[in-house]
Write a protein that binds this ligand. Sequence first.
Ligand code: TRP
Ligand code: SF4
Length: 334
Amino acid sequence: MKTILTGIRPTGHLHLGHYFGATGNWVKLQDEFDTYIEIADVQALTDNFNNPDKVNKSVKDLTIDLLSIGIDPEKSTLFIQSMIPEIAELTVYYSNLVTISRLERNPTVKTEIKQKKELFGEKGESITYGFLGYPVSQAADITAFKGELVPVGEDQLPLLEQCREIVRKFNSIYGETLLEPEAYLSKFPRIKGIDGNEKMGKSLGNAIFLADDEDTVKKKVMSMVTDTNKIKIDDKANPDVCMVYYYHELIGNPNLETVCKECKNGERGCVACKRELQEKLRDFLKPIREKREYYENNPEIVDNILKEGTKKASIKAKETMKEVKNNMKINYFE
Ligand code: TRP
Ligand code: SF4
């Protein structure tokens, strides 16, 4: 059985972008693979070092989100990054194998630096050593567990490439030790926001969260961007430029062809179309909401899942660490 290692930053609740871009896929994959899911609190702190309360609270929120969508602790090992010190240790050793210019050229890092500048201006906080180095730490996340498949969204591909380079360099210097992971993309590796932006994101204010209540979801659907050329109810429109249609498709509306045809023929009003989407979203979110309620009422169960998962993850990371130290010849008294 191949090993899956994936991770997510605890910086808030899961939204539909996470679900359809990656985490929904994890639910399916956990049946077939030995699955490790890291709650990447150390990585979250690279951006949020001045906001420890947010990261702390989000660890539990996110774990509940993951359990609510169907991550099964019998099948997946859920663990907390900071509780596995071997990951930090590996990061130090790997940092010798990466140049600063290579990190600066990493497209994901570059985009994030650009976004920070847009958000905070050129005078905003400058880039920290920890932030620039987070791809190295992510390589440690993956390799500590000998992750073979990494199911992630499209934005993570450059980080995976960087990990593969580190593995190759490590193995060529110290001998075959680490595995080169492969990415595993979902059917929709990048999910658009309700405003039509190419990416759904919490900080972009265009996300529908799995934890949103029904009223909030309804309002968000009503505010979705449709074909702006459609003014009257019987105007013909183009579903391809409409976010309502996009989410009908994403959510797997079995009526999709009818929606498309009626929209093109001017036989469907946007308000009715939005109502239909609200219903479909309500049906989709119902079982998730029920599970959330269960876990929110039983926080000790959530704590136990994290504790047990972390214990299991720790054993595996220690095994890898031992091999790494042997091969790097820093195993002095053994
Ligand atoms: N960087 C990922 C994100 O922002 C989260 C992450 C941390 C991750 N460690 C990982 C993803 C290891 C895959 C593998 O979503
Ligand atoms: Fe979008 Fe539906 Fe309106 Fe067509 S009818 S533009 S798909 S909301």
